[in-house]
Design a protein around this ligand. Structure first.
Ligand SMILES: [Zn+2]
Length: 244
């Protein structure tokens, strides 16, 4: 859902990372031609095998800085379709690659949060945010930190350049809810969570909730339900090799 993270306060490292992204090589959109999966939402539900699930804080992939992608193939389109399904099932309005254990600069948004509002479905690939303006505080939550909400201050509007699912470059000035969602999701791609952007007071208020997430995570790991850090890193590296 809405992640948080003010583009201010993130300092020069973000700006630098973003400009590196933009200087990236051109993309090879394998998906645009001769591909029956022309748009992920056109896939019938029964064609979608469960490939990914939403990971929860403090899963290490949530702290991974993802790389721009260079290709979109049928498998990635299936993953994107599944991200929409998972987002709707969890009542979210945005979901980033990192949140489904993918090290790829991609996220999906439907600011209406409703599956029947397909026209509102957006896929953002390799997003670059610039020209933040104004400041606005609003409550955010995150599908990787379920049921935790806290106020986050962010620029009110931002200019976003990204690629859509057809491989077309889109530059747009975003404001309101969409600006907030896009900033929250872009943060995810940098390994930043909305809890990193809270005021000192709010950080104290969420401390117990975070400890509880951590103990749940540790329990799952002890039972072997979540792989070790090394195994997670190897998987991310092989996905990067394939798509980045
Ligand atoms: Zn989030």
């Amino acid at each position: 859902m809405l992640p948080g993270g003010c583009a201010h306060g993130h300092g020069p490292s973000t700006a630098q990372a973003l400009s590196e992204q933009r200087a990236g090589p051109p993309y090879n959109w394998l998906s645009t031609l001769g591909d029956t999966l022309s748009h992920p939402v056109l896939l019938a539900a029964n064609e979608r095998a469960a490939l990914v699930e939403i990971i929860k804080y403090p899963h290490p992939t949530l702290r991974h800085k993802s790389k721009p992608i260079k290709r979109v193939d049928a498998e990635l389109r299936r993953l994107i379709a599944e991200m929409f399904d998972l987002m709707y099932a969890a009542d979210g309005i945005g979901l980033a690659g990192n949140q489904v254990d993918l090290p790829l600069r991609i996220f999906v948004v439907n600011a209406q949060g409703r599956e029947d509002e397909e026209a509102e479905e957006r896929v953002f690939i390799n997003p670059v945010l610039e020209r933040p303006k104004g400041s606005d505080e609003a409550e955010e939550g995150c599908l990787s930190l379920p049921a935790l909400y806290a106020p986050v201050k962010r620029p009110k509007s931002v200019v976003c350049t990204s690629y859509n699912i057809k491989g077309e470059q889109v530059t747009e000035e975003l404001d309101g809810l969409l600006a907030r969602v896009v900033q929250h999701e872009t943060d995810h791609l940098d390994g930043v969570l909305f809890i990193d952007r809270l005021s000192e007071t709010a950080k104290v208020e969420v401390r117990d909730a975070l400890a509880s997430f951590k103990s749940t995570f540790d329990g799952l790991r002890d039972r072997g339900e979540i792989p070790g850090d090394g195994q997670i890193a190897d998987r991310l590296a092989s996905l990067e090799e394939k798509y980045c």
